[in-house]
Design a protein around this ligand. Sequence first.
Ligand code: CU
Length: 369
Amino acid sequence: MAPIRFISAILLLSILISCNNNKSSVFEETGPQTPAMLEHVKQELVDPPALPEHNQVAEGEPKVVEVRMVIEEKKIEVAPGAKIWALTYEGTVPGPMIVVHKNDYVKLTLVNPADNKEVHNIDFHASTGALGGAELSKVAPGQEATIRFKATKTGTFIYHCAPGGIMTPLHIVSGMNGAIMVLPRDGLKDENGNPVRYNKAYYIAEQDYYIPQDGNGNYKEYESPAKGFVDMQKTMKELTPTHLVFNGKKNVLVGDNALTAEVGDKVLFITSQANRDTRIHLIGGHADLVWPGGSFNDKPATNYETWAIPGGTAVPALYQFRQPGKYLYLNHNLIEAVQLGAKAEVQVEGTWNNNLMKQVEEPAKIQDE
Ligand code: CU
């Protein structure tokens, strides 16, 4: 018996050691790549809620992913009668989602066209050093700059403008924020460590706006972004947004523009909030998987009813739709969702499952006992 016990102990020990070796520490430096020698690919950015074309599992060696982002300052109507000088990456609020894999390099050219008025830059929460790249990417109107960073951490991360001082929150609450997803090279894993793939992915950002009002309660309009900044600072200091919306404007992800899915689809919803805490709920569903704080390096949590998005994060949640019909995807401070506008709809097609939900009796007059 003794030799068998000895052999089993050795076997167990070697399994434990090999398991340990497979897990790399968050402190480990990854890869000796020289970016110049790696393949360079261009990523075409698309308007949220869409994500750019990407592979869920990385192919081959890490790449240098080249992205060109043009800053656009433009007046938009966020709700009837409420206009703001939106400060945007690529003309959308939020800015476009970037998707790469761990150990890829992001090579970003930030362009500030001459007809803009403000100085801008970009701080990537996914990057390391130089205030997230903000120090190296500051561009005045008429300038462009290029930065490159290695995506060493997996997860979903926000990026935002950070010109310094009061300009940082002013630009963020004027719309200048977006997100990047850094996928593990072998793709996402479920709670048991098995591969999980999404059929669709959507990027939704909650945006808080602080639009000044005149004495009659009408929203004020300004000739340029700078002209509204003094009034806006006073509104911001109240810490109560006048508008809180998904993807830039009130009611843009509802009705004909609702998000869509089919029964059986696993949908990855990535939600960001660059400035303020929020809490997301899918009415009629759940987060089957959610990666709290946005980290793909940790095991996902399961079956959440509502999940937190702390200000300054992007959080991914995956849900497989089991029933057709309309779902609401919203901030479950329902006053903020309904009165301020932080909500979206998901329209799901497919066959109803009576086993999961059934109306046993239609509403009818109460019967006397
Ligand atoms: Cu800016």
